[in-house]
Ligand binder design. Structure first.
Ligand SMILES: [Zn+2]
Length: 142
């Protein structure tokens, strides 16, 4: 359940999305806030201006948190984002150990606004060559 305080920070994420659009990038923006609502970092989508398909604001913020914050601090943060994180970003947010994500537009709502924006899954094949890859991986994690 989102609160009025959440909505204030979500509106900032929406403003960052508008700034991305003005700059010629897809209209998505996000920020990372501490437990008291202090904004720690902000990002916007820069996939066009950086010519980087991974330059989603959520991904950039999760990488920033993993690099700049200790694990306990990261675990207290909330990401506010103009749109529900895509699969790539959701995985990195989980890897970064953030506490919570609050989004405005859902992925489903985005597809309704922009039909055809989804991409087909890439087929994956495996497992294969278990003994060969096992020799490289086994013993690394202790
Ligand atoms: Zn994403």
């Amino acid at each position: 359940m989102t609160t009025p305080e959440d909505h204030t920070l979500l509106r900032r994420a929406i403003a960052l999305a508008a700034a991305a659009r003005t700059a010629g990038d897809p209209p998505f923006g996000s920020l990372l806030a501490g437990p008291d609502g202090t904004v720690l970092a902000e990002e916007r989508n820069t996939t066009r201006t950086d010519q980087d398909i991974t330059a989603h604001p959520e991904l950039k913020l999760a990488r920033w948190a993993a690099r700049e914050l200790d694990a306990a601090t990261a675990a207290g943060t909330t990401m506010y984002t103009s749109c529900e994180p895509c699969g790539m970003c959701a995985a990195v947010i989980q890897q970064a150990g953030l506490r919570r994500v609050v989004f405005a537009l859902s992925g489903r709502q985005l597809l309704d606004i922009r039909p055809g924006s989804g991409r087909p899954a890439v087929p994956q094949e495996g497992p294969a060559l278990f003994d060969e890859v096992r020799a490289v991986v086994e013993g690394y994690y202790r």
